[in-house]
Design a protein around this ligand. Structure first.
Ligand code: ZN
Length: 279
């Protein structure tokens, strides 16, 4: 009983502030990559279900409904919190659901041909978004800083939180349309799609957790920039890289972008794989 009330307290205090994973561009990029890897049969079914819209067109629907209180019960489905040395199965389950649980449940709904078509379409639209979310590594993040939302970074003189940097800032630095971004990802990683078509969702979570050291290396030894002042400062590692005169944002982006790009690509490939097998 004590455990349950603690979980509930944590859930209540966090739920209204947790942010939303990839920004709109990130989700569209994932949808666009997935669209390219759909089988002809799945592509035809998606077109019917989404009334000729693409996966990218609907990739942000699950965020757009958040302003409507009727959908409040879906808020926790966008993320999961897991401590550094724990596995998904060890973490206390959020009674309101989490992104791992939601993807499993919605996948079953999508495959259930007895379910009302409207419900299956809803499951499809949620899945397009949540398979993106779960590949933003801070969406399977540490609970203690709410997936980077409470970790502040001095981003060339402006304070930004780490979660927002990964959602939006880094992607915007590339200055590409989502279509161009997706095409470039396919160019870079497309020869190895078999390697990335992992369908075990627990491995997706492990991928995320494997990014943490890289993500949290935000203290710049040489310039002193990038230093965060926040209550989890002891968890932040010193950045050994970075030359004089370079902006911290550039140093950080150069180091993490290959990983961020691969996560976007994996999300697209895995989403396509899931849809090809389910539709
Ligand atoms: Zn989301």
């Amino acid at each position: 009983m004590k455990k349950i009330s603690l979980v509930l307290t944590i859930f209540l205090s966090f739920s209204s502030y947790q942010s939303f994973a990839w920004g709109p561009e990130g989700h569209k990029i994932v949808g666009e990559v997935a669209q390219k890897y759909l089988s002809p049969a799945a592509k035809a079914k998606v077109a019917v279900m989404l009334k000729n819209k693409t996966l990218a067109d609907e990739a942000n629907w699950a965020d757009s409904i958040k302003s409507n209180p009727e959908w409040d019960y879906t808020r926790t489905w966008h993320y999961v919190n897991i401590a550094d040395n724990a596995n998904y199965g060890d973490a206390p389950l959020n009674p309101a659901g989490d992104v791992v649980e939601a993807i499993g449940r919605l996948h079953k709904e999508l495959m259930d041909k007895n379910l009302a078509e409207e419900k299956r379409i809803e499951a499809l639209k949620f899945l397009v978004h949540f398979v993106g979310d779960i590949h933003q590594p801070l969406h399977a993040g540490r609970g203690e800083d709410r997936g980077g939302n409470d970790t502040e970074v001095n981003w060339d003189g402006v304070t930004k939180n780490l979660h927002y940097i990964w959602d939006t800032v880094l992607i915007e630095m590339k200055n590409k349309t989502y279509k161009q971004y997706a095409a470039d990802l396919i160019n870079t990683f497309g020869n190895n799609i078999k390697e990335y078509q992992q369908s075990d969702i627990l491995i997706w979570v492990k991928d995320d957790m494997g990014c943490r050291d890289l993500i949290y290396k935000i203290k710049n030894k040489e310039t002193g920039t990038g230093v965060s002042s926040h209550r989890n400062d002891n968890r932040v590692e010193r950045d050994s890289g970075g030359g004089q005169g370079q902006k911290f944002s550039q140093i950080y982006a150069a180091r993490v972008m290959p990983t961020l790009d691969l996560q976007l690509f994996k999300a697209g490939v895995r989403l396509a794989n899931l849809l090809n097998q389910s539709l």
